[in-house]
Design a protein around this ligand. Structure first.
Ligand code: BES
Ligand code: MG
Ligand code: ZN
Length: 484
């Protein structure tokens, strides 16, 4: 799909559909300026309610055959998110009507043109996504080929291009997480990362299973033990500011399928576990975006990748392993595997790569979903300044984060009788927090933010610009966080 700004007039443009996003006040306006507005606003069943839409045909003043009116709700309450959602409604109307070209009137409900252009594009590109690779295509089906935004100016154009790059990469993250686990394996994801790195000028190093073993990344190797596919760790280095020695590290959980291991997940919990590499996909998408947008930051991406399989050779509860950091870990539950691979990856990142700070992103605990459902990302951090920055980035992208405390008292939960640490708490409470406390043992006191995306990474149904299946939520957050 091509998306572009055009200076063509709405009366003259001939696309299959024209979308107009209106607040309640705009929809009920009695004194409209132009003829087309008068004709469109006369639609009796449309009052600009948030989430509402109405399709009209053969408006005399327009060349395009159809118009979709999309409601933005009260003018006073209208936010950028409202426009993002409105654009997605417009796109979904176009898809439902099976048409190929559409234009969108630039909404004037909000002042900042650059922000409006950005969220409009986000709604369009993210809302146009569906995972259709494995569906037999109906020969009558058409793809939306072209979306024209009726607006002008270099700021608007730049905002559209930028947002398009970001969102195309969010859609790539979604594709990776939706892909069959036997396709998106550790080896194949590492290969994909290497290809992307080559195309975008990012340095890429891949540790294979032998290297991981010889380095003492025994926690990653333990999780991988029963797998037919060997583990990988990918290190991406993007030098966007070569004159500076400052660098940020991003670490993403890359479990290509989480069966739970011998502590096997039951029916009802196992079905979507191909998405357990969403964190790694997000880190890859973020690095790609940094390179494509020439973001002036040095960013490192670390992707520990392995399946968590069941089988006769799989690692076992009760086993004790020595981590890369030297601390020993008792396996209390083979389903608490994410923190194991992240522990080795974080220890390596902080001790060898020596970043100024590190962010990890992981589908880590089902408890995050119990706490926040699919609305908020759980954040835990040892640095309040970074935490505040992440919160701001969350508000701007609407990938909102909320902090949970990692107080000393919780440390009791990750202490083991036979090893330095245990990977799962004895208590059934505060699982999201205790997982973070486990990770904190491996960050070498480097300023660190942990994002638990288990609640937001998968959608149960299509919802505006968020699709059913993998959502890619967290990638726009990281890009905004790096840019701010
Ligand atoms: N990958 C899961 C967490 C998860 C759950 C992600 C639901 C997405 C949706 C993780 O590896 C896991 O199994 N966590 C366990 C930890 C427990 C054994 C301490 C959990 O949350 O139950
Ligand atoms: Mg698990
Ligand atoms: Zn997992």
């Amino acid at each position: 799909m091509k998306i572009q700004a055009t200076t063509q007039q709405i009366e003259k443009i001939k696309t299959d559909l024209v979308a107009v996003l209106l607040t309640k006040e705009e929809a009920d306006q009695k004194t409209t300026k132009t003829e087309w507005e008068k004709q469109v606003v006369q639609a009796k069943d449309f009052h600009g309610e948030s989430g509402s839409s109405s399709v009209l045909y053969n408006i005399g003043a327009l060349t395009s055959p159809r118009v979709v009116l999309v409601g933005l709700g009260d003018q006073k309450k209208c936010s950028l998110e409202e426009i993002r959602k409105g654009a997605a409604v417009a796109i979904q109307t176009a898809r439902a009507l099976n048409i190929e070209t559409m234009s969108i009137v630039f909404p004037h409900a909000l002042k900042s043109e650059a922000d409006v252009a950005r969220v409009l594009t986000e709604g369009v590109v993210l809302g146009n996504y569906s995972f259709s690779k494995y569906k037999t295509r109906d020969p009558k089906d058409k793809d939306l080929k072209e979306v024209s935004i009726l607006a002008d100016g270099t700021t608007i154009r730049a905002a559209i291009t930028n947002a398009q790059t970001v969102c195309a990469n969010v859609n790539m993250v979604r594709d990776l997480a939706n892909e069959n686990a036997d396709e998106a394996t550790a080896v194949n994801i590492a290969q994909t990362a290497a290809r992307i790195a080559k195309e975008t000028g990012i340095k890429c190093t891949i540790f294979d299973e032998k290297k991981l073993k010889s380095m003492g990344m025994n926690l990653i190797c333990a999780v991988n033990q029963g797998s037919a596919v060997p583990a990988r760790m990918v290190i991406l280095e993007y030098a966007g500011d070569p004159r500076s020695s400052r660098k940020v590290a991003l670490v993403g959980k890359g479990i290509t399928f989480d069966s739970g291991g011998l502590n096997l997940k039951p029916t009802g919990s196992i079905e979507n576990m191909k998405e357990d590499m969403s964190g790694a996909a997000i880190v890859l998408g973020t690095l790609k975006t940094c390179a494509e947008l020439h973001i002036r930051k040095n960013v490192i991406g670390i992707l520990p990748l392995t399946e968590n399989p069941i089988g006769s050779r799989a690692y076992k509860p009760g086993d004790i392993f020595k981590s890369y950091a030297g601390k020993t870990v008792e396996i209390a539950n083979t389903d608490a595997e994410g923190r194991l691979i992240l522990a080795d990856a974080l220890a390596y990142t902080t001790s060898v790569m020596k970043p100024d700070f590190v962010v990890d992103v992981a589908t880590l605990t089902g408890m995050a979903q119990y706490t926040f459902a699919d609305v908020v990302i759980a954040m835990m951090t040892n640095n309040s300044v970074l935490g505040q920055k992440m919160r701001n980035a969350g508000e701007k992208t609407f990938e909102r984060v909320w902090e949970l405390p990692i107080y000393e008292e919780y440390k009791e939960h990750v202490k083991s009788d036979f090893a330095d640490l245990r990977n799962s708490s004895k208590s059934k409470y505060a699982g999201t927090i205790t997982a973070a406390l486990f990770l904190q043992e491996f960050v070498n006191n480097v300023p660190w933010v942990h994002l638990d995306i288990a609640g937001v990474s998968w959608g149960e149904k299509n919802s505006k610009y968020l699709p059913m299946g993998a959502t890619g939520t967290g990638m726009r957050l990281l890009v905004e966080f790096l840019q701010s």
